[in-house]
Write a protein that binds this ligand. Sequence first.
Ligand SMILES: [Fe+2]
Length: 387
Amino acid sequence: MKSLEKVILLCQHSYPRHNFEGHILPVVKASLELCEKFRADPKIVEPAAYLHDIGRVLVPFVRAHEVTGYHISRAALTLTGYDPSDRKRICEAVLAHRGNEGKHKPKNIEEEIISNADAISQFEQWPYLLAIHYSSHGKNLASTKRWVAWKLKHSYDTKLTLPGSKERIEEQYKRALMELNANNIPISFVVIGRNHPQELNRCLSSIKAQCYSPSEVLYIDNSDNDESVNIARWHGACAYQPEKRGANHSRNYGARKSSGNIIVFIDGNDELEKNAAAEICQAVQSGTKIGALRWATNGSTLKDWLTQSILNMATYKAWPACFMTREAYEMSGGFDESGRIYVNDVAELAEKIKDTYPASRINAKIYGNMDGFKKHGYVKRIIEWLK
Ligand SMILES: [Fe+2]
């Protein structure tokens, strides 16, 4: 049997099974990926990844587990037949695995890989961290969640030092923080059909990709186009085809069918940035009752860009999408279904309640459709919107 196989066998028998599978193996996997990326020495990286926490499990009462791990690794590597120079490098990688938070800082790429991979696995397997801390620290979920959030932030700041490490876990980190910090305010997305199946597909994909998952997505169809309804159902949305048509009727219909504490109204031809729901949730947690998103200045022409920039400055008049608490929606009496033509129905509703609930605009962007401007003329539309 080769030396590495003996080390793996030894680790399999030393770590509790949940720890081996929930932490050690993910660290090994991430280490080997980094090893290839940075052309490091796998002979050092792989055994060090297996052994890095051995001190913690075999001598649990000593705090500096990287130091006990160093000594245990030295004995283990001698017994399994590693040559002295590799043994020294592997043990030093174990000693430096706590990165900048430990006394022994990584001095070469192999040592840095172990400390980065150790941190990466925390982001990729954070529910494991949660479970293990919860069961070993008095089973207090609230304090466990705070601890995991702190641990992740600490690792983010001190251990993810290699280029690309932070980017790699960014998504998981955001998702973890939302889950750990959120009071879980349920958000309902009400998507109004615009009879553009392809754009609807992009719109619903952007809702699906949100870091903070909405509790429900409702699609209100505004046409006889079954393709849109099928697309909506394929994305897991609840699709409705009310007999009465019209954007405002669809919005009210969707609001009545929805159950979330926050309702987000979005047109089926718009796309959202992936942090939109998270920012909406945060805004509502800090007291906002009604608000809008910001236009992404992504226009392909100077005219688009200028229009989007001007509209971003007008809080009430130009709302490419909006959100409100159920309370604010109910107080407003809903969108006007009388058939009167408004330049912007959403702004009209916001005007009704602005004295009680001043509106705000969050930073998340919406990739709105500029077709209306192209069709009716930019200047004319902007003047109408700002009137
Ligand atoms: Fe570890």
